[in-house]
Design a protein around this ligand. Structure first.
Ligand SMILES: C[S@@+](CC[C@H](N)C(=O)[O-])C[C@H]1O[C@@H](n2cnc3c(N)ncnc32)[C@H](O)[C@@H]1O
Length: 322
């Protein structure tokens, strides 16, 4: 059943049954970035280590409610130790990059998750930065984690078009060889050298018959082979850099991720009718995409003010959790 809980995910998750969801797609609050204005919120801890420890606790519960073949996709961005209001943290200097995405990834791996892939969410419309001593930021991370070594993953569902970098093989019978077998100047008209002398005319002892005429289609140049090859060339396995513009969300929530980031995660990790969980629901992007793709959604969000945003986007009336 589609459900939206308003409450602290650390409490609400405990009420969900073991192995009841197929996939989790979420973007937790980032350390020290925003104040969501609610008691119990994660992200305002004194140190990154404390923050990571809390998230590991949340994802331990997520792991319990995930099916054995389930997966979890976590979006996370980073920050610098440069906030003048922030107390210094042992081990981090002013201007240091915190590295919170990888701190989380390694901590989850140490807690039993399989860390399967980091994905770069490249933002082509990233905000310009006036910094003069480092490149400007234009990416965040997305991690794919699994509960078991073997898990459900539909790579076909998220194959991507081939870019201009790959050479096309066309659509005919071995079209790369077009002009190779026939016509003036074609391969068949060339004189072939043979050991011990020059060669003119037909090959001695070679008959003109199916599969033997050198002007005929070579055995591997048949249409089914070409169809398979051209398919391979047109769509390839999804790669690890996803270029997706940030999309401004007109309503009050200010940290939404784009639907286009969530769609491949759900398509690869679930079948129609499966359930997708987001313990940090925000404005409900995960729920909206899940429902559009014919999946079910369970969302948890601490801030009651975001309940109406979620309802607007998913038509699910929030219920109050713990
Ligand atoms: C980065 S936002 C998620 C945005 C969401 N992906 C979207 O597209 O709208 C993180 C959310 O986690 C919520 N949050 C913070 N601490 C929480 C907690 N303990 N339990 C549940 N939600 C919490 C915040 O209120 C915020 O809405």
């Amino acid at each position: 059943m589609n459900t939206v809980f308003i409450g602290d995910c650390r409490e609400v998750l405990k009420t969900l049954p073991d192995e009841s969801v197929q996939c989790c797609v979420t973007s937790p609050p980032y350390w020290g970035l925003r104040d969501y204005g609610v008691k119990g919120q994660i992200g305002l801890e004194k140190t990154p280590a404390e923050f990571i420890e809390k998230l590991v606790g949340v994802f331990r519960e997520v792991k319990r409610v995930l099916r054995k073949d389930g997966t979890c996709w976590i979006n996370m961005g980073d920050c610098y130790m440069s906030n003048p209001n922030r107390k210094m943290v042992p081990g981090l200097k002013n201007k240091d990059l915190v590295g919170q995405p990888w701190m989380l990834a390694f901590a989850l791996r140490a807690d039993g998750w399989y860390l399967r892939r980091d994905i770069i969410w490249h933002k082509p419309n990233a905000m310009p930065e006036s910094v003069k001593d480092r490149p400007a930021l234009a990416h965040e991370y997305l991690f794919l984690l699994s509960k078991s070594g073997r898990y459900y993953y539909d790579s076909e569902a998220i194959k991507e078009p081939v870019t201009g970098n790959a050479h096309s093989r066309g659509s005919g019978v071995n079209p790369k060889c077009a002009g190779w077998a026939d016509g003036p100047g074609a391969h068949s008209t060339l004189q072939h050298a043979k050991p011990g002398g020059s060669y003119k005319g037909s090959i001695p002892g070679r008959k003109n018959g199916p599969g033997q005429d050198r002007r005929s289609t070579r055995p591997r140049q048949n249409s089914s082979f070409s169809a398979a090859v051209s398919q391979l060339v047109e769509r390839r396995n999804k790669r690890t850099v996803w270029t997706i513009p940030t999309t401004p969300y007109p309503d009050a929530h200010f940290a939404t991720y784009p639907s286009a980031l969530v769609t491949p995660c759900i398509l690869a990790s679930t079948k129609l009718g499966d359930t997708v969980l987001d313990p940090f629901g925000g404005s409900g992007t995960t729920g909206k995409v899940a429902l559009e793709l014919g999946r079910k959604a369970i969302l948890i969000e601490l801030n009651p003010n975001y309940g109406h945003l979620i309802e607007k986007r998913t038509s699910i009336t929030p219920g109050f959790g713990i």
